[in-house]
Ligand binder design. Structure first.
Ligand code: F6R
Length: 244
């Protein structure tokens, strides 16, 4: 894993943006894997800026998101579909036909997971997957203990994840307890992975990731087995690592 250390969240967002824009411009039909949550918000703001400056086009870009809550409609402001439209897709020239986010209200969730996998395959696989990390080491909603061999599936959220994500909801009771998540094996098939880690609340997770053995108890540790991973982390995220 290659690690780029930057000063703060703004520098992380800018660096991640240059990284992604470079890849989009290099590839003929880029297929991006995208994440939601607080970490990539700055990246998406930077991408919109670059798009407005004419430095990148999304005409030929396809995207697949990592996850979506089960039971939440697309139109719900807490859905990841809404998040992606609001933070990125509504502001760039991407066709919504080229955008795919698991449908958390599909009548048959199992079938939705299978179709999601097929759609990724049909697009030729993911060229570059953007990831955040949970304080518990999760990637996507693949919580500790998830087999590395799992593919897109309905995942149960850990209590700590429900608590962490309750900041976006009126109350903790409103936070869904399940999500459709791209599987670990699916993520690992991406040709390249960009993991973004920012802030003191992720410092323990980064230190653990950098020092641990590969274990299903720390889902992100699987990335050590991927040949092309870049981590961009800011100084706050490094605070625990620097004390070791
Ligand atoms: C989001 C996702 C999650 C987040 C992780 C960190 O699509 O799959 O794994 O990347 O929970 O979330 P933030 O960035 O909000 O700290």
């Amino acid at each position: 894993m290659k690690i780029i250390q930057v000063k703060d969240y703004d520098a992380l967002s800018e660096r991640a943006c240059s990284f992604l824009v470079e890849r989009i411009n290099e590839l003929e039909n880029p297929v991006l894997g995208l994440a939601t949550g607080s970490t990539p918000e700055g990246l998406y703001k930077q991408i919109i800026k670059k798009y407005n400056q004419g430095e990148v086009s999304f005409q030929e870009v396809k995207t697949f998101n990592l996850d979506e809550y089960v039971g939440i409609e697309k139109t719900d402001p807490n859905s990841y579909y809404y998040f992606m439209k609001d933070k990125l897709f509504d502001h760039i020239n991407i066709s919504l036909d080229n955008v795919r986010i698991p449908n958390g209200v599909a009548p048959d969730l199992q079938q939705e997971c299978e179709e999601y996998e097929e759609a990724i395959q049909a697009a030729g696989g993911i060229d570059i997957q953007v990831l955040g990390i949970g304080a518990n080491g999760h990637i996507g909603f693949n919580e500790p203990g998830t087999p590395f061999t799992c593919r897109t599936q309905v995942a149960n959220l850990e209590t700590s994840t429900i608590e962490a994500n309750s900041r976006f909801f009126h109350s903790i009771e409103e936070v869904p307890t399940q999500a459709i998540s791209m599987g670990i094996e699916t993520i690992m098939e991406s040709k390249e992975i960009l993991l973004l880690i920012s802030g003191e609340n992720k410092a323990e997770a980064l230190a653990t990731l950098l020092t641990c053995d590969v274990t299903e108890e720390i889902p992100a540790s699987v990335l050590k087995k991927h040949p092309n991973v870049t981590i961009i982390a800011d100084e706050a995220a490094y605070s625990v690592m620097n004390q070791l």
